[in-house]
Structure formats: C-alpha cells, structure tokens
Ligand binder design. Sequence first.
Ligand SMILES: Nc1ncnc2c1ncn2[C@@H]1O[C@H](COP(=O)(O)OP(=O)(O)O)[C@@H](O)[C@H]1O
Ligand SMILES: [Mg+2]
Length: 272
Amino acid sequence: MTAAQVKLSNVSKTFQAGTPPQPLHALGPIDLELSRGEFFAVVGPSGCGKSTLLEVIAGLTPATEGAVLFEGRPIAGEAPDGMGVVFQEDASFAWLTVAENVAFGLRRTNLDREERAARVSNVLSLVGLSDFATSYPAQLSGGMRQRVCIARTLVMEPRLILLDEPFGALDQQTRLLMGDELLRMWRQTGATVFLITHALDEATMLADRIGVMSARPGRLTDVVETRWPRDRDSRIIEHSEFGAITARLWKTLREESLKTIGRARESGGPLR
Ligand SMILES: Nc1ncnc2c1ncn2[C@@H]1O[C@H](COP(=O)(O)OP(=O)(O)O)[C@@H](O)[C@H]1O
Ligand SMILES: [Mg+2]
C-alpha cells in the first residue's frame, strides 16, 4: 500500500478557554502525511500546539476543522486500534510490578494467559527490563520507568506510536541512550513513530523527517529530511550533516520562539 498511513488535511483546532470562554486558535491549518514505518519528529516553540497535534492524531481530542485519516479511516473521537501513545509523565502504576504494568493494557484483549505472558516477556526484553519484571516502579531509575511506559504501549503491538516529549524529564546522557533504544525498537517493530520533542539534537538524531512548527496557532513552517540510514544510533551526532540540520531547525525555530516570548511580554503573562 503506497497511501499514507496518517493523513491530515487542513486540520485546525480551536479551544474555548477561560471565563467567559474565548476561542483560542491552538493549531493549524495543517496538512501532513506520514508514511508507514517512517520516523517523524516535531519541534516547535512552547505552547505552539504540539501536544494538541498529537492528541488530534490520536483521537484524544477532535479537530475543529479538517480531516484526520488513519489507514484510510477517519479518526472519530477515540484512539483507534493500532495506535499507542506515550506521554512525558511517568504513568506507571506504583502498586503493580513492571511485568504487571506491561500486562495491564492486555487485560481487555482476548489473548490467553500464555500468549499474554509471552508478549510481556518479549517486550520486556525489547526494552531491556527482563531482569526487573518483578520490581516495582519505585525501585527503578527515571529512564527505566519511562521504558516501562514505552513497554506498556509496545505490548499492544501498535502500528503507529505517538510520543509526547517522552524523555523530557531525563538527563542528557540518559536521553541519548533512550534515543538509541527507541531507534532499536522502531527498527524491530517496523512501527511508524511520531515523536514530539523540544530537543533539536534529539529530533535530528532520531528522525527521518522533522516538522518545525510556527508559534501558536502551530503550522508546519518547514519539514526537514535527514536522509540517515535506517540502521543508525546516537553516534550519528558525529556525522558532518548533523550540525547543519540542527542549525536549520534552530534558524526557523528561533524566530518563532521569539514571537512567543514577545507575545508573553506584551500580555504580561507566563511564557507558555
Ligand atoms: N484543553 C484545552 N483547553 C483550552 N486550551 C488548551 C487546551 N489544551 C491546550 N490548550 C492551549 O492550546 C495551546 C497549545 O497547547 P499545547 O498543544 O499543549 O502546546 P505545546 O504542546 O506545543 O506546548 C496553548 O495555548 C494551550 O494553553
Ligand atoms: Mg506539549
């Protein structure tokens, strides 16, 4: 199938925010197509609508205008089968072991016990947590807890994985290593990855294509192709093109971020 796996046509989102409610144009219009199996990253100034874009694709919030298709079918208000979302917050359950956390999503499937156990054990080995199956989240580092959350999504075998700043709370070295792991999982599962990040080097290192968003209402002002080989890891930061790509992202983003800061100054509000 050559058709796009995800297709956004003229998508906009306007919230009703504040008291009395005022329309707040958060996103769009956006046109975007994701091909099956690609790694697409999104960068953009704070508050430009990145999370809103992810939520619209995931069916967590409806678009106000335009159409979102996933594998040819319209997204209608709920996360369809075949998609998995990972958020920044550590969303693991403190009272469940690592294996129980990962098995949690499978409770509504009709897989039998053995199949569930096999899936959980495969995914734990994929994210490097086999030795921690019976540990509780509180006994793990931040990076490991985030891997539990990723494993919980992967166990459902999604064809599209959406991640909203999943490594935002981790230190730089852990972030690079988690990036390596994400690349490995991406290759092994064959899933499409849609990653939101505020770290330009992370986007450059990980993605096949990077969408740069404008200040709110977020639109795609640039889409950069990295042309990296599929088999890559964090050592790609040594590549001669790495700096040029990151610089191009920053050139576009700097102007947009300055607009956001200028707007906050004018209104005396916080930098959102
Ligand atoms: N549920 C909501 N109701 C009202 N306004 C919202 C809601 N969600 C997000 N917004 C607003 O939409 C804009 C974009 O938010 P968001 O998508 O979270 O930005 P980002 O993820 O790029 O930081 C912000 O101004 C935010 O305050
Ligand atoms: Mg966000």
